[in-house]
Design a protein around this ligand. Structure first.
Ligand code: BG6
Length: 488
């Protein structure tokens, strides 16, 4: 890996503390960072290098997958860190930063390859990108990359505007848009599973697949993010990005030796083939919900509108379920059902692929046929794959018995999403980052849904905290003769 300087905006923030430092530390321990690794943390707080390092150390102790048991390794990691005070709008601070970056590059004898990681609110993206460019930080004789986190805009128009601004300072190839769901190891495996297994390749069409169900349920509520969440809802917070990315990753068809470009062009094709919704029809394919008081894992919790900071008349969606159709040769006629929500029964992200039932198609076969084959991808918190097949119950000869072929990885061995993504960004591998085309097409699909919600054209159903969402989200599948699998 080429040596590079990791320049982190928002170095004193929560995301850095919880995700970025632990990820970097784990990569460091596994020797997956460049030999001469250098990180410069930036924030408004007047911290010294020592205070910064003490904070990073604390975050590693608290949040890292690997515990910092080897003091020597930890010290080496912390030695690579520097801190500089930066006011986002102050151009002088960028000049100071440039001096520091160059100084470190000389000390370490490394090329001016610079990765700018923006762990700050999207309202700062534009100013930072412009200042990087104008200060000369971005015009050295090496590569430069910009890593940004969602949200990429608030709707289609604002996303386009943001992208236009960023592309004045960075090319598309230099922008790495993080969708941390794309960093989850099982999501990354979907590509390989399909590419290298003829069994799956052969079945990956509407000839065999009846429907696909994608669930990301959370037990947490709005936590301390009422101000943010009440303006975005489940549709912007999870659906437009993470959920549609899962759909793309499941639906793509890849050739054997595929490249990052191929993955991205296939994802774009999936999005282009997604049947658009008209605003007036949103209600037939999209269910929105909001939680009321209930009990989760034995703990009573309040309803959404009683959460601190949430207006008592809020119409915000804390749950969304939708039926989507991909109009191409592979998927025509196969509904993709997606649901995600806060304060649901379990914390689970999974995809269930339900296969068609061959016996049911035959009129002479009795109603009580075998169960459908299910291929289940458990994405998190546990990672695994299960295949449900049918056999015959040896005790009751006439009856079918579903059996499960199971594969699960043990949790400690699985890298965190951010480890994978930071590693790939440092390598310059864009496979698991959201290309602008995907982001734009996702907003395009979602736009009528946002408008229908805004104009209250779609009812806001309530669901009890601790359930799997409103009853209407079951009706969405029942209309097609299906039901959500694995809700128990
Ligand atoms: C974030 C959302 O992008 O994803 C949060 O903003 C959500 O609201 C989180 O809780 C879920 O991520 P994960 O990895 O815990 O499923």
């Amino acid at each position: 890996m080429e040596p590079a300087t990791f320049i982190l905006f928002g170095a004193t923030g929560d995301l850095a503390k919880r995700k970025i430092y632990p990820a970097l530390y784990n990569l460091f321990v596994e020797q997956k960072l460049p030999q001469s690794f250098s990180l410069i943390g930036l924030g408004r707080r007047e911290w010294s290098n020592e205070t910064f390092r003490a904070n990073v150390e604390q975050s590693i102790h608290t949040f890292s997958r690997r515990k910092a048991s080897d003091a020597g390794v930890l010290k080496k990691f912390l030695d690579a860190l520097r801190y500089s005070v930066l006011e986002i709008g102050n151009t002088d601070d960028y000049k100071k930063l440039l001096t520091l970056v160059e100084q470190r590059e000389q000390e370490l004898q490394i090329a001016p390859n610079r990765m700018f990681y923006l762990s700050v609110g999207p309202e700062y993206f534009e100013t930072i990108a412009t200042n990087i460019q104008e200060s000369g930080l971005g015009s050295a004789n090496g590569w430069k990359r910009l890593v940004i986190e969602k949200p990429f805009g608030h709707d289609l128009a604002s996303a386009r505007k943001l992208n236009e601004h960023l592309s004045k300072s960075f090319t598309e190839e230099e922008i790495f848009r993080i969708d941390h769901y794309l960093g989850k190891p099982m999501v990354q495996k979907l590509e390989v599973l399909q590419q290298t297994n003829p069994v799956l390749q052969a079945l990956w069409t509407n000839r065999y697949i009846a429907n696909v169900q994608i669930t990301a349920s959370e037990t947490v509520g709005v936590e301390e993010r009422a101000g943010y969440y009440d303006h975005v809802g489940a549709v912007r917070d999870m659906f437009q990005n993470h959920m549609l990315q899962l759909l793309m990753m499941l639906a793509i068809h890849l050739p054997k030796n595929s490249t990052a470009q191929k993955v991205r062009s296939q994802k774009k094709m999936v999005m282009e083939a997604l049947e658009p919704l008209q605003k007036a029809d949103v209600g037939t394919s999209v269910i929105r919900g909001q939680y009321t008081a209930g009990t989760i894992q034995g703990q009573p919790v309040t309803g959404y509108t009683s959460e601190p900071g949430i207006p008592s008349d809020s119409m915000n969606d804390t749950f969304i379920a939708a039926k989507l159709q991909i109009d191409d040769v592979f998927w025509r006629g196969v509904p993709f059902y997606i649901r995600t929500g806060k304060r649901m029964k379990d914390k689970i992200t999974r995809i269930v692929v339900e296969f068609k039932e061959p016996l049911k198609q035959h009129p002479s076969v009795h109603e009580e046929g075998p169960s459908p084959n299910l291929l289940v991808f458990e994405i998190s918190p546990n990672e695994g794959i299960t295949l449900q097949l049918n056999t015959r119950d040896p005790q009751h000869k006439g009856e079918f018995q579903p059996i499960h072929i199971d594969f699960h990885t043990s949790r400690g061995d699985v890298p965190e999403a951010y480890e994978n993504l930071i590693h790939d960004a440092l390598h310059g591998d864009p496979t698991f980052f959201a290309h602008w085309d995907e982001v734009e097409l996702s907003w395009k699909w979602v736009q009528p849904v946002l408008e229908a919600f805004e104009e209250n054209l779609v009812p806001l159903h309530s669901y009890t905290a601790g359930s799997y969402g409103p009853a209407e989200s079951y009706d969405l599948l029942a209309k097609d003769g299906y039901h959500w699998w694995l809700d128990d």
